[in-house]
Design a protein around this ligand. Structure first.
Ligand code: GLU
Length: 420
């Protein structure tokens, strides 16, 4: 099944279109092109769950394994009401490029269950997770495919995946999944790793584009794992967090917010909205604020041709996967807005997942300081390589990152050859 470019209006279409442009630049032949566009395996499962009410509901789960030329498939699992096969496929392809950009020995995959965990009890989520794991148990494994957290999934869910896999295989297997709780073989620093990597990119972009980092204004869309941790790290590093938001809406204070206090408010109120002393704003308004850095850290396709023209940020650092559409990218480039792309900016999570996996396989532990030092070095190296590629090919950093990644994956495929 070769995935044809569908429409520029669709996420998968955008991801494949961007790949094609880079394949043209690299002169990749048609056969290899098809190979690199096609997931190696796509699994769709149905997940029947007994809800707390006693009724049975059937959910749909996906695992798309895109490419494993450079190592086992790797990528998160999201629980989201709008998950579908095209989205998971696009995200799996992005994972292949992401692991290649930071040069870790993994391929790319993604999983999802179409559900809304915000309206499910903890025990319903546990049953869903265990049954989903049982349904995909034969296609995952420590040397095959290693899942991790993503949107609306966390370390508790990873612990259930590990336990279910271990029970079914008859041996404790922490290395089958990353992003676990620290006392179950999880890695120190993994929880905030994606946000840490995003923050390193903000710091490096400030240097590169001549923006004073201390006191730089930052707006963050999304206050989940990535957004809230990025707000805390960047606040501690001396930038000014002027706006944050979640799915309910956002808050704005030009003098700067204290994200630790905003988090306390969110824990009580269920949303950042209504935070005292700040102005309530919409997600749309947040994206259009006049700031040094804008960090979309929610879901894909938030900056589109409709609002890109109104973006006033100097630099966008993509904490989410795919937050900017191709059309929006063109508009931003014309306006001179710099974009540090997702496959670089949010690669901190999978980078620390790699450290977690290596530690699990060898049964040893790194300290938090060691983890963050390695992560920082890896991000700076990848940042500089991406910017070098972007300068060498005279393209925006997104294309530079993709040229670097596709080149690495294509070389691996060529060396491996097509078997038989
Ligand atoms: N879900 C994260 C991402 O999109 C992390 C994946 C992983 O650690 O495998 O990069």
């Amino acid at each position: 099944m070769v995935l044809a470019v569908k429409s520029e209006k669709n996420f998968l279409g955008d991801v494949l279109k961007q790949f094609d442009e880079v394949a043209d630049i690299l002169g990749i032949d048609p056969g290899l092109r098809d190979f690199l566009k096609t997931p190696k395996r796509t699994v769709i499962v149905s997940i029947p769950i007994r809800m707390d009410s006693g009724e049975v509901k059937v959910f749909t789960g996906y695992r798309v394994q895109h490419n494993n030329a450079r190592g086992p498939f790797k990528g998160g699992i999201r629980y989201h009401p709008e998950a579908d096969l095209d989205e998971v496929t696009a995200l799996a392809i992005l994972m292949t490029w992401k692991t290649a950009v930071v040069d870790i020995p993994f391929g790319g995959a993604k999983g999802a269950v179409k559900c809304d965990p915000r309206y499910m009890s903890k025990s319903e989520i546990e049953r869903l997770t265990r049954r989903y794991t049982a349904e995909i148990v034969d296609v995952i494994g420590p040397h095959v495919d290693i899942p991790a957290p993503d949107v609306y999934t966390d370390s508790q869910i990873m612990a259930w995946i590990m336990d279910t896999y271990s029970q079914l295989k008859g041996a404790p297997t922490p290395e089958v999944v990353t992003g676990k709780p620290v006392n179950l073989g999880g890695c120190e620093g993994r929880e905030e790793a994606t946000a840490y990597g995003v923050s390193v990119c903000v710091r490096e972009a400030a240097k590169r584009y001549g923006i004073t980092f201390k006191g730089a204004s930052v707006a963050i869309q999304g206050f989940g794992n990535v957004g809230s941790n990025a707000a805390k790290i960047l606040y501690e590093w001396g930038t000014k967090i002027v706006a944050v938001s979640d799915s309910e809406g956002g808050i704005y204070d030009p003098n700067g917010l204290n994200p630790f206090k905003v988090l306390e408010h969110k824990k009580k109120a269920g949303t950042v909205k209504g935070y005292p002393e700040a102005e309530n704003i919409s997600n749309r308004e947040l994206l259009e604020l006049d700031v040094d850095f804008l960090i979309p850290a929610a879901i894909e396709r938030q900056i589109t041709e409709e609002n890109a023209g109104n973006v006033k940020a100097k630099v966008i650092v993509e904490g989410a996967n795919g937050p900017t559409t191709s059309k929006a990218d063109e508009i931003l480039a014309e306006k001179g807005v710099k974009v540090i792309p997702d496959i670089l900016a949010n690669a901190g999570g999978v980078t620390v997942s790699y450290l977690e996996w290596v530690q699990n396989l060898q049964r040893f532990n790194l300290t938090r300081q060691e983890v963050l030092k390695r992560l920082d070095d890896k991000m700076v190296k990848a940042f500089n390589e991406v910017l070098e590629y972007s300068e060498r090919y005279e393209v925006a950093p997104r294309k530079g990152a993709l040229i670097l990644a596709v080149h690495r994956v294509a070389e691996a495929v060529k060396f491996l050859g097509i078997w038989p």
